[in-house]
Ligand binder design. Structure first.
Ligand SMILES: [Zn+2]
Length: 78
């Protein structure tokens, strides 16, 4: 398994904030490319590129996984 992790420049996160974070890239033997962006606010953006050309992207806003009513911003100071 070879994964690359690097920081990315601030850009628009799914929640609308402009934040930076970590970018994680991985591939497997089948030609699948996984591209994960972890925003510092807690949002995530994933991009899966399959060997047949299919691209699957997903944007996950921070805090949406919690059903509890807690709208606090989980900002991690860099
Ligand atoms: Zn966010």
């Amino acid at each position: 398994m070879v994964g690359f992790r690097s920081a990315f420049e601030p850009e628009r996160a799914p929640c609308g904030k402009t934040v930076g974070g970590d970018c994680y890239r991985d591939t497997d033997d089948e030609g699948l490319v996984v591209y994960d962006l972890y925003y510092s606010c807690g949002c995530r953006r994933t991009r899966h590129e399959y060997h047949d050309g299919t691209v699957n992207t997903q944007a996950i806003r921070h805090g949406r996984r919690h059903k509890v009513v807690s709208d606090e911003h989980s900002e991690h100071p860099v």
